[in-house]
Ligand binder design. Structure first.
Ligand SMILES: O=CC(=O)O
Length: 345
């Protein structure tokens, strides 16, 4: 990924007079705050075509500090561009009386209090289907890696511990395995489609049975785990799904069972996952997300049946080009009184 360190200046030949005019015009435009890590500002940079004004094109202050430096700041903010893991809970939203729209660069929206947004009439735009392929690819990659021990073997070779394949522990065949998908939304369906090509036998659990889907449906994750040997977590995190994968589910999955998580870390009771992996109660895990990011429990590092990725499933060069366009399009549409391109609510 390439993150420019300096904002790309869109109007290099501009005169200082134009800049003054633009600044004063900008003062009348609705104000947007970028709520996220420094890198988020490389996705949304000031541009003359914008019908909004970015208050912090290189975010240096977290939102609550920005607000507390001057009480006027809070009432200035009409829009927020945020990313996952940067909370916009009811307490923070209460500080922003003029907020009308939130655009998030994440597929997950668990960091935003959507019911408070609904109550306040704040619109929220997400990423639509933009990341589904990348996340599904990553889920399958993690799964193949756990089964075929690719990164474990790579580590061995690099450390020159083993070079003869006969010395290396056997992997497991993926083709034909029974796979349970938890959350058959856009991403879950993409995962299912990919694994059908591996002759895997797909079933799923989700809030409701999908009328147009022929895969067997299990109304509980426990039943799904009992009838499969692989669980792939693609659902959103909410009060119903927090720790949906608990010890009972892991024991039902069984000693050869594998869990892949490309959803949110807190879908799994992480302490129990570690215990089950260490005690051999399940066979392995492929994890792109963790319960208390950015912290990854270091006990995972010693386990060769675990493949780890730093919440990177959505991070491709293509997805970043896509998100840049989509965020701008959503904001420009909103401030032109047009419908959001990818509305969440
Ligand atoms: O996890 C990444 C996302 O929600 O987009």
């Amino acid at each position: 990924l390439h993150f420019p360190t300096q904002p790309i200046m869109a109007h290099k030949n501009e005169t200082s007079q134009n800049t003054t005019v633009e600044k004063s015009q900008n003062n009348n435009l609705p104000k947007l705050f970028i709520h996220g890590p420094l890198k988020l500002s490389s996705i949304l940079q000031p541009h003359p075509s914008h019908n909004f004004h970015i208050l912090n094109p290189s975010p240096s202050l977290p939102l609550h500090q920005f607000i507390s430096t001057d009480p006027h700041h809070a009432s200035d903010i009409a829009a927020i561009f945020c990313t996952g893991l940067y909370p916009l809970n009811a307490d923070i939203l209460r500080l922003l009386p003029s907020l009308r729209v939130i655009v998030t660069s994440s597929a997950g929206t668990d960091h935003i209090d959507l019911s408070e947004c609904r109550r306040r009439g704040i619109q929220v735009a997400g990423v639509g289907d933009l990341f589904s392929d990348d996340v599904a690819d990553m889920a399958v990659a993690l799964l193949i890696d756990v089964f075929r021990k690719i990164t474990a073997a790579d580590r061995c070779l690099r450390r020159q511990l083993q070079s003869a394949s006969w010395d290396f522990p056997l992997g497991f065949k993926l083709s034909g395995k029974k796979v349970g998908i938890v959350g058959l939304g856009r991403i879950g369906l993409e995962v299912a489609q990919r694994l059908e090509a591996f002759n895997c036998i797909i079933s799923y659990n989700s809030r409701n049975k999908k009328p147009l889907v022929s895969y067997p449906f299990y109304s509980t994750v426990l039943d799904l785990a009992t009838n499969t040997s692989i669980l792939i977590l693609c659902c959103e995190l909410n009060n119903q799904t927090r720790h949906i994968i608990n010890r009972e589910v892991m024991l039902a999955l069984g000693k050869g069972g594998v869990i892949v998580n490309v959803g949110r870390g807190a879908l799994i009771d992480e302490k129990e996952l570690l215990r089950c992996l260490i005690e051999g109660e399940i066979g392995g895990a492929g994890l792109d997300v963790f319960e208390n990011e950015p912290n990854v429990p270091k006990e995972f590092f010693a386990l060769d049946n675990v493949v780890l990725s730093p919440h990177a499933a959505v991070l491709t060069s293509e997805s970043f080009s896509g998100i840049k366009q989509l965020v701008e399009q959503n904001l420009i549409a909103f401030f032109s009184n047009k419908p959001l391109i990818t509305p969440v609510i």
